[in-house]
Design a protein around this ligand. Structure first.
Ligand code: NAD
Length: 343
């Protein structure tokens, strides 16, 4: 049997801890250790689940030891014994580690909070897995961009796409972020148009003609997008439905059958049916899909805490040339129980 590749994780917050859990579910990879800054409940979870903890400085390590949490070494020790690093540090911080990763010649996966230039390629498994194959450094795009790319790439084989317009209603903060807002406002994000999401989509599929606008609202559960796609030729609703039903990592929610017409009901249903209530799939509201000649519009919802997790697993496989696109997507989905069902 082939030995598992060793995956280091730097940053064990919203994304890092979910990627670590997902890595340890795969047959071909294992977490070699995580880098933590603070000895908090996340560190205790990592220890309880057998993950080795590394710190950035000796001073940090002392803080862990004071709380009775064993530390296995410093980040350099972890990099020396790993095959690849998943950087899930806060926006812009990943870039500051690039030199260190390069020093140890280790492959790296960055997240969407970094600028595209941090890596050799920006990535979405469905859209450009093959182009990322063997790349030393890959950036998994943000949750909103991943959501947009999933639906665009699922529909792109139906007919040439002339234009995509999307309005993004973004969650204000993740559930544990107790100091972020807005608490009572709708914030233009940013004031100027288009929002950066359109440019970010283009980092993966440069051929797309897309415009986006975004606002931030006081909710922590999910983002919602209203997407309009104009095709070069007439399109049938059944073709749209079929494309969404057969594309990986997209759930079609039937509001008539389930009664679901909100992000809170999606999360409530996920708490019943999915591990931790995480939804790795993009959720498209089936009854919102409306076709007018060559134009389709629909609502979709993105669980920001977990949608990029399967892409991180595929990015590891692509970077280390472990398996081809369809094999990786199917293996990731099987191990993460991604089954296109919400209820
Ligand atoms: P987070 O704040 O939840 O977690 C970041 C972790 O990094 C924390 O554990 C923090 O203690 C640690 N950290 C802080 N400074 C550090 C440093 N200098 N060195 C090492 N570790 C440090 O952040 P997150 O939400 O998980 O975001 C991580 C990345 O993923 C960002 O690029 C973000 O844009 C991207 N992303 C976030 C979401 C989301 O909705 N949360 C979705 C998709 C992508």
């Amino acid at each position: 049997m082939k030995s598992k590749v060793k995956v280091a994780i730097n940053g064990f917050g919203t994304i890092g801890k979910r990627v670590a859990i997902a890595v340890n579910k795969q047959d071909d990879m294992i977490v070699s250790g995580i880098v933590k800054k603070k000895p908090d409940y996340n560190a205790l979870f990592a220890k309880k689940n057998g993950m080795n903890i590394y710190t950035i400085t000796e001073k940090d390590a002392d803080e862990f030891r004071k709380k009775g949490i064993e530390v296995n070494g410093l980040i350099d020790d972890l990099l020396k014994e790993s095959d690849i690093i998943v950087d899930a540090t806060p926006d812009g911080v990943g870039e500051t580690y690039k030199e260190l990763y390069n020093k140890y010649g280790i492959n790296s996966i960055f997240q969407g909070g970094e600028e595209a230039k941090v890596a050799d390629i920006s990535f979405n498994a469905l859209c450009n897995y093959d182009e990322a194959y063997g790349k030393k450094s890959i950036r998994v795009v943000s949750c909103n961009t991943t959501g947009l790319l999933r639906s665009i790439c699922a529909l792109s084989s139906l007919s040439k796409i002339e234009k995509v317009n999307a309005v993004l209603i973004r969650r204000g903060a993740d559930p544990q972020e107790i100091k972020k807002g807005p608490i009572n406002s709708i914030v233009l994000n940013p004031v100027g148009l288009p929002s950066h999401h359109a440019l970010d989509v283009k980092t993966v599929i440069p051929w797309i003609n897309i415009s986006t606008a975004a606002v931030v609202v006081p909710t922590t559960l999910m983002h919602v997008h209203h997407v309009t796609i104009k095709f070069a030729s007439r399109i049938e609703k059944n073709d749209i439905l079929e494309a969404f039903m057969t594309s990986p990592r997209i759930i079609l929610v039937d509001s008539v059958i389930s009664g679901i017409q909100s992000t809170s009901q999606i999360i409530d249903s996920a708490r019943l049916n999915k591990e931790r209530g995480d939804i790795n799939e993009l959720v498209v509201f089936k009854d919102s899909i409306t076709v007018d000649n060559n134009e389709v519009q629909f609502f979709q919802a993105v669980h920001q805490e977990s949608i990029v997790v399967p892409e991180n697993i595929d990015a590891i496989r692509a970077s280390l040339e472990l398996s081809g696109k369809l094999e990786s997507i199917s293996e990731t989905d099987k191990k993460l129980n991604i089954n296109k069902n919400l209820y």
